[in-house]
Design a protein around this ligand. Structure first.
Ligand code: ZN
Length: 440
């Protein structure tokens, strides 16, 4: 039987609506499709939008001209569209320059892209920084094209000075620690990579606004690579001060939850995610850190070195439909996005619950009974039948008092003892209220 609540049903329905509404839009690293997407997301939960003009330098890169598409097709001599942007926006190589002409099949072929190994899929290709044009189509359709035809090619695009758009929200906290959640919004009609990430990011921001939190959270949504560079170049000091973060990407596939660790491999982010997956008893897969990937490529460079992890569900590169038309809304489901959203929320809870305490009674055990912290009847301790709830709280109390040296955190204790972080955090609060501990 399915485990649902009205709240879960409602957020799943919202994720489903967003996926369906945003999937058809033609997005890119610039252009009206990305702008429209960001504006629609702002209606779900408000965040600031920033526009950076074409030509602006961002470290070694320059914001390119803005790209927009009116129409694009390849038609046969009867005017029949053989490849049509209006049927699928990934038919057109993203960032194709304007072109119009009549080409023999042999002249057209260098501009056509297919996947012989996945013959029913249209591949997704881009040409952001090399001025060219092209079309993508299924290998099946390519094989059926008339080799004797002269084709009419129309790429009715504009590539003109404009702006790159990104969004940002900051949820201030009191702890002095700030964490980043960033996602990229530049892929056209592709569901897992990365509309799923865009939807999760938005619902996570809205959920975090509703929850009390002591850390600060910075939410960034930008085109991949150039958008991250634009963001960092305008917020370098704030980025350098980040304690860590997550690249939210590919979170809605049918496969297992996956984790790509930070470049350090044992940062607080990694430890929190591993504890989360262990506590949720999720069958998951951990990938090795890889220098190719998403925007951790920018945030973790030598001058920044921010530990950035990614909790995925069918991680980019790892599924057969990656960067093809088969990465669609049959592959990605709202329920999967919400499952991964909940893993993110659970990891955030652990970041929030992690504290370090020093014992105020450091020599000898304090007497718990006189403070109401010990079961009234002795002897039942460690007997499984005695009730696991009480036993695990007493276990938590004992372990916390044992480790309360002012250096060992609750996360350290959870790793050593396999006790849930929440049980430890609740027990530590009781001990602090009884003046046995003080937070350092
Ligand atoms: Zn991608």
């Amino acid at each position: 039987m399915k485990n649902t609540t009205p709240e879960l049903d409602s957020i799943t329905a919202q994720a489903d609506t967003l996926l369906k509404e945003l999937f058809p839009i033609c997005r890119s690293i610039t252009g009206d499709g990305t702008r429209t997407t960001l504006r629609k997301l702002c209606e779900v939960t408000d965040f600031h939008l920033f526009e950076i003009p074409s030509g602006t330098a961002c470290y070694d890169w320059i914001i390119p001209d803005e790209w927009n598409v009116r129409d694009a097709f390849v038609a046969d001599s009867n005017g029949q569209r053989v490849i049509d942007f209006k049927q699928s926006n990934i038919h057109l190589v993203n960032y194709s320059i304007p072109f119009e002409g009549r080409l023999k099949f042999g002249e057209l072929v260098p501009h056509l892209f297919t996947l012989p190994d996945l013959p029913t899929a249209i591949p997704y290709r881009t040409t952001y920084y090399h001025r060219d044009w092209g079309f993508c189509l299924t290998h099946e359709k390519f094989q059926k094209m008339d080799r004797t035809e002269t084709y009419h090619v129309v790429v009715d695009t504009t590539l003109e000075p404009g702006n790159l758009v990104y969004g940002e929200a900051i949820l201030p906290g009191t702890s002095g620690q700030e964490y980043l959640f960033t996602t990229y919004v530049c892929h056209p009609s592709l569901a897992n990579d990365n509309l799923s990430g865009v939807v999760l990011w938005t619902l996570l921001l809205r959920e975090m606004r509703r929850r009390p939190h002591r850390h600060s959270y910075r939410f960034v949504i930008a085109p991949e690579t150039i958008g991250a560079l634009a963001y960092i170049s305008r917020n370098e000091a704030a980025v350098k001060a980040l304690a860590g973060g997550f690249v939210v990407t590919t979170v809605g596939g049918p496969g297992r939850i996956g984790y790509k660790p930070t470049w350090q491999g044992d940062s607080l982010i990694d430890r929190v995610v591993r504890l989360t997956l262990r506590e949720l008893c999720l069958e998951s897969v951990e990938y090795p850190f890889d220098a190719s990937g998403s925007d951790e490529r920018q945030y973790s460079t030598p001058g920044l070195r921010i530990p950035m992890g990614s909790i995925c569900k069918d991680k980019y590169y790892e599924y057969a439909y990656y960067h093809t038309s088969l990465d669609d809304l049959d592959f990605v489901r709202a329920e999967a996005v919400i499952e991964t959203l909940n893993v993110h929320l659970s990891a955030i809870e652990k970041l929030e619950q992690d504290r370090t305490y020093r014992s105020l009674n450091p020599i000898g055990e304090p007497m718990l009974g006189k403070r109401g912290l010990y079961p009234r009847m002795g002897g039942a301790l460690r007997q499984k039948a005695a009730g696991s709830q009480g036993a695990s709280e007493l276990d938590a109390i004992r372990w916390i008092l044992f480790h309360a040296d002012g250096q060992t955190s609750l996360l350290d204790i959870a790793e050593k003892t396999h006790l849930p972080v929440k049980v430890l955090a609740d027990a530590a609060e009781k001990l602090a209220a009884s003046d046995l501990l003080v937070e350092v």
